[in-house]
Ligand binder design. Structure first.
Ligand SMILES: C[S@@+](CC[C@H](N)C(=O)[O-])C[C@H]1O[C@@H](n2cnc3c(N)ncnc32)[C@H](O)[C@@H]1O
Length: 221
């Protein structure tokens, strides 16, 4: 990979044809991901941290960063007092970078869009930024993300303008609401997510906050 093209990895990840190729590209990107994203002015971690701080108590239980990457968000959350953090990611190279930050109690290689190896209601909140997107994790990932969130817990995640309607995320959010599985608490406006990048300067991100439905009361016998 030529080091004089800072956007080469950014373009490559959206051209991957399967999960194996995508993981391999992120493995190669991992050691320079943080400096590249910082150079592009990556906005998700700052906005995400504000919303997580607004809704999720630091003592409410374990927070899962799904597609945690190198742990840019986890590092910020640890500074905010969130010390019960777990992370999953497709790429072992990205997980290794996250582990080096020493802010996640547990890190596991796992793929959104497949069955997740966590029990029902395991997490107080599941957050995911830059992951529910083209060629990464499909709208159906949200079913498992809800299952592993405790009743009354939070799901906070970003969707870009490129995928929100075109890839069926808008319809999926609405159908989960119609099924009574969650309700929307708030969403941001769409904002430029990588304003310093050339190839993605016009891409906008919206961050959503949903709360899962409370547990159904068990009827008395
Ligand atoms: C754009 S990076 C975002 C990383 C981190 N959330 C951040 O905001 O910096 C996307 C991450 O999602 C991971 N990823 C892609 N597809 C995934 C999937 N299906 N399940 C879990 N992680 C996935 C990639 O390995 C990569 O680390």
């Amino acid at each position: 990979m030529s080091s004089d093209d800072p956007e080469a990895f950014l373009r490559q990840v959206y051209g991957a044809t399967d999960g194996e190729e995508l993981a391999s590209i992120y493995d190669d990107w991992a050691t320079r991901y943080d400096s590249d994203l910082t150079g592009f002015g990556y906005r998700n971690p700052a906005v995400a941290a504000g919303l997580i701080g607004r809704h999720v108590d630091t003592a409410s239980g374990t927070l899962l960063d799904a597609g945690c990457g190198t742990g840019l968000l986890g590092e910020i959350l640890s500074h905010m007092g969130y010390h019960d953090l777990s992370g999953i990611d497709l790429s072992q190279g990205m997980l290794d970078q996250a582990a080096a930050k020493s802010v996640y109690a547990n890190l596991q290689q796992m793929a959104l869009g497949t069955d997740l190896a966590f029990e029902d209601g395991r997490f107080s909140a599941v957050v995911s930024f830059g992951v529910l997107t083209a060629g990464h994790a499909p709208p159906q990932s949200l079913d498992e993300m809800i299952r592993i969130t405790k009743p009354g817990g939070y799901l906070i995640f970003s969707l870009s303008n490129l995928v929100y309607e075109p890839l069926g995320f808008k319809d999926k959010l609405a159908s989960l609401n119609a099924e009574g599985r969650w309700h929307e608490i708030e969403r941001t406006a769409f904002f430029p997510v990588l304003p310093g990048s050339v190839s993605e300067a016009t891409v906008e991100s919206c961050i959503f906050v949903f709360q899962t439905s409370p547990a159904k009361a068990t009827p008395n016998p």
